[in-house]
Structure formats: structure tokens, C-alpha cells
Design a protein around this ligand. Structure first.
Ligand code: SAM
Length: 243
């Protein structure tokens, strides 16, 4: 039987066109339990109240699916996934996804491997490494239909970390808070250099909390130029912004 938090979660998603079945609700329940259990021994999230985790992590991660047809996506990469956001919630709701997670912190990769095994999620690969290095390998470069990043870096930096993973005509979705607009203003050079074109911008508020969010949908228009991404650390140290 569903409790109030699960019922609200299910209804909020249904009103945005996402229907969850019993197995998926159980997977979210297990995700919450494993997240707070591991959070005691390692830093995964500052949000641990159950109702807050459901809205600020699970629901928030799923918002991009309100605006794009996920059925058309096969290979997806989530860069700087941390405790699994937005990659794991999307994989739970869209089990057909072939999900690759990239994070530079080994401990978080270890958590994600445990989590995906406990949730019986297949077709999830957790890669330990810096996005700048991982995107240099042929296995990951110019390869993914969809690439996501939430709370990893400002947009001018993210474009260099994430666009190299996207296949030609694929999509990069940057999930931002309410301050996304200023980041967009300085991101034009990085978009131009990495062959990204802003196709769509969506603003929304999280239910209950009423926190503003901005989603940038960036289309990859051509394959990644050989010089990008620059060596690990450079995109953050010297972002591609006009001086
Ligand atoms: N996306 C998650 C979320 O929304 O809760 C985690 C956000 S956490 C603030 C940022 C994560 O990005 C961390 O787990 C960090 O290890 C990872 N990260 C930062 N820079 C990275 C890079 N260059 N390559 C891969 N992972 C990176």
C-alpha cells in the first residue's frame, strides 16, 4: 500500500504524463533507503528528509522527461552524477535506457554500483574518471543520444565537459536552478566551439518547495573538434568565455 509521499509523487508525475507502476515505486523506495543508509558513512546528499528527497531529488531529476520523448533515446550518459541524479531516476522510469554514469569520485561510483545492483537495474555502466578524460576514448566520444548534468558546473564549463559525449544531432540537457539565465549569457563561445545550439529552454517550479528550475536543451550540430575537451581541470580553470 502506498503512503502519502508515494501517492503524491505518483500523482505529480502522472499529471506530467509519467505513469509509474508498482515495481518502479518500490525501486524509488529502496533508492531512498539505500541513499540515507550510505549517507551516514559518506557525503552523498544534504537532503535526507523523505518528502524532500522525493521532490528535490527524484521528481527534480525526472522533469526533463516532461519536455522530451524519452522513448526515442537509447544511449544516455549522466556526467557528474554524484548520488545518481538525474540518471538513476530516469533509468527507473525508462528501463529501456542504456545508461552510462561518469563521476570523478571513486566512492560515489562504488555507491552507484551497489545501488544499481540492489535495484536490479540492467544496462547501467558506472565509469570512474574525469569527464575530460573519459570523453577522449572512442567508446564514449560523440556517442550518446542524450547527455545530462545537474549541479556539476556553470554552463560555459558544462558545455566542454558534456557536449563531447553527445552524438551528432543528439541532445545535452543542462539542469539548472533559477540562476540559469546569467550562465546562458556567458555560454555562447563554449556553445560555438563545442558545436552546441540552444534549441529549447524550459522554466519550472518544483511542487511544494516552489523552487525555480531552468532546463537548457542543447542540440549537437557536428562532431567534437579534436582539441576538445582540453586536459582535465582546464575547462573549470579557464572556461571558454569571451574576455
Ligand atoms: N548530479 C548530482 C546531483 O545533481 O545531485 C551530483 C552533483 S555534485 C554537486 C557534482 C558531482 O560532479 C560530484 O559527484 C563530482 O565528483 C562530479 N564531478 C565534478 N567535476 C567532474 C568532472 N570533471 N568529471 C566527472 N565528474 C565530475
Amino acid at each position: 500500500m502506498l503512503d502519502t509521499i508515494q501517492t503524491q509523487f505518483q500523482e505529480l508525475l502522472a499529471s506530467n504524463g509519467l505513469q509509474l507502476n508498482e515495481r518502479q515505486l518500490e525501486q524509488f523506495d529502496a533508492y531512498f533507503r539505500i541513499l540515507v543508509e550510505w549517507n551516514v558513512k559518506m557525503n552523498l546528499t544534504g537532503i535526507t528528509e523523505r518528502d524532500q528527497v522525493y521532490i528535490k531529488h527524484f521528481y527534480d531529476s525526472l522533469t526533463l522527461a516532461f519536455f522530451m520523448p524519452m522513448e526515442a533515446v537509447r544511449a544516455m550518459a549522466d556526467i557528474g552524477s554524484g548520488a545518481g541524479f538525474p540518471g538513476i531516476p530516469l533509468k527507473i522510469v525508462f528501463p529501456h535506457l542504456q545508461l552510462t554514469i561518469v563521476d570523478s569520485l571513486q566512492k560515489r561510483i562504488h555507491f552507484l554500483e551497489h545501488l544499481t545492483s540492489e535495484l536490479s537495474l540492467s544496462d547501467v555502466s558506472c565509469v570512474h574518471g574525469r569527464a575530460e578524460d573519459v570523453a577522449r576514448s572512442a567508446q564514449h566520444r560523440d556517442r550518446y543520444d542524450l547527455v545530462t548534468a545537474r549541479a556539476v558546473a556553470r554552463l560555459a564549463v558544462l558545455n566542454e565537459l558534456c557536449l563531447p559525449f553527445v552524438c551528432q544531432n543528439g541532445m545535452f540537457v543542462a539542469m539548472k536552478g533559477s540562476g540559469g539565465e546569467e550562465e546562458l549569457a556567458e555560454a555562447d563561445l563554449s556553445l560555438q566551439q563545442l558545436h552546441g545550439k540552444l534549441e529549447r529552454k524550459e522554466r519550472l517550479s518544483l511542487p511544494v518547495e516552489d523552487a525555480g528550475r531552468t532546463l537548457f536543451f542543447i542540440r549537437k550540430t557536428a562532431s567534437t573538434p579534436a582539441k576538445y575537451p582540453r586536459k582535465a581541470g582546464m575547462p573549470a580553470k579557464e572556461p571558454l568565455v569571451r574576455k
